[in-house]
Design a protein around this ligand. Structure first.
Ligand SMILES: Cc1ncc(C[n+]2csc(CCOP(=O)(O)OP(=O)(O)O)c2C)c(N)n1
Length: 317
């Protein structure tokens, strides 16, 4: 009577994520800041891969670029200056199934966070690390960073910085157990997308140095390369970054580079006459520390207490 239903099961509709599902707060970066384009690329990759927002985490340190997690509608951790990588490694240790995007600036990663950078590369935990390299400390308003070019006038070096800059790609390529190093430029969204997609697909720590424009403090550093594409060197290979040719046809300067050749990668990364973009190095067979550090992550509290008590019982008299 009254057509009483006895089947209470709900039909769960398949979920399809659109870009909006990854769009967090309105980005407060300056107009013309390169960070906007990188954020858009990451959101597109998440959408194209249909990553569950609740299984995705964005982790950062402190800096303009480190505001990244606020603009992703996923889990996020806006950490301490230089500490993005230990936080990301901790997350991967306990929740290896999560997809992790790390945003770190050249100050955050190569200065205060340099020790963590070295060890995270060696740990090779599966995550994408995006180094936003604008050659300056942006958030704190114009101090020399380890990647500032000699002669850069900043608040810490008003007459121009004088030390040779650190080369982030080359440095990373010299750390043991490195498994993925690529370089791209924020002003080519096609190449940024393809590079970060390759980084996301790699199993292990993918280090991507992104040359990033800061319209406020370093507006000139990449201007020449932006205006004259012959100052760039496009790395091509069947195992490399597969960018849509329509977006890279401006680059006449190209070279075939096998990303499994680490010595060639180091030689290319050290070139100063051109800016190499593409995949410098990849080795998918390097050990990943989360395979070891996540052991036991699925043990229940009861099981832990039981194991502890069993251990303590060994000392009972
Ligand atoms: C322990 C500590 N030291 C210094 C600072 C000040 N500080 C905040 S961000 C920053 C540098 C940011 O530069 P970068 O990492 O290159 O990022 P950008 O702002 O250029 O994106 C510094 C020195 C801090 N917040 N915490």
């Amino acid at each position: 009577m009254f057509g009483l239903k006895t089947d209470w099961s709900l039909e769960v509709l398949p979920r399809y994520f659109t870009l909006e599902d990854y769009e967090g707060g309105m980005a407060r970066w300056c107009p013309g800041c390169g960070d906007h384009g990188v954020l858009a690329a990451v959101q597109r990759i998440c959408r194209d891969a249909q990553l569950k927002p609740e299984s995705t985490v964005s982790v950062s340190g402190i800096g303009c670029s480190s505001r990244f997690p606020h603009y992703m509608k996923t889990y996020g951790f806006h950490g301490l200056h230089g500490r993005a990588l230990p936080v990301a490694c901790g997350i991967k240790s306990r929740r290896p199934e999560l997809t992790i995007w790390v945003a770190t600036g050249d100050g955050d990663c190569c200065s205060i966070g340099a020790a963590h950078w070295v060890h995270a590369i060696r740990y090779n935990m599966d995550m994408v690390v995006m180094l936003f390299d604008n050659n300056v400390y942006g958030l704190t308003k114009n101090q020399t960073s380890p990647t500032s070019r000699p002669g850069s006038k900043t608040n810490t070096h008003p007459r121009g910085s004088f030390l040779p800059p650190l080369n982030p790609a080359l440095t990373t390529l010299s750390i043991s157990n490195v498994s993925f190093v690529a370089q791209t430029v924020d002003w080519n969204p096609v190449h940024v997308y393809a590079t970060l997609k390759a980084a996301y697909e790699h199993k292990g720590l993918s280090f991507v140095r992104i040359l990033q424009r800061c319209p406020q403090y370093t507006p000139k550093v990449f201007e020449e390369a932006q205006r004259d594409p012959s100052l760039m060197l496009l790395l091509e290979h069947e195992k490399g970054v597969q960018a849509d040719p329509a977006g890279t046809k401006i680059y006449t300067n190209r070279t075939q580079h096998d990303p499994s050749d680490i010595n060639a990668a180091r030689q290319i990364a050290s070139r100063e006459d051109v800016i190499p973009i593409g995949l410098l190095f990849r080795d998918a067979d390097r050990p990943r520390y989360e395979e070891f550090s996540s052991l036991g992550a699925d043990v229940t509290i009861e099981e832990k207490v039981q194991a502890l008590e069993k251990e303590l019982d060994r000392f009972a008299i």
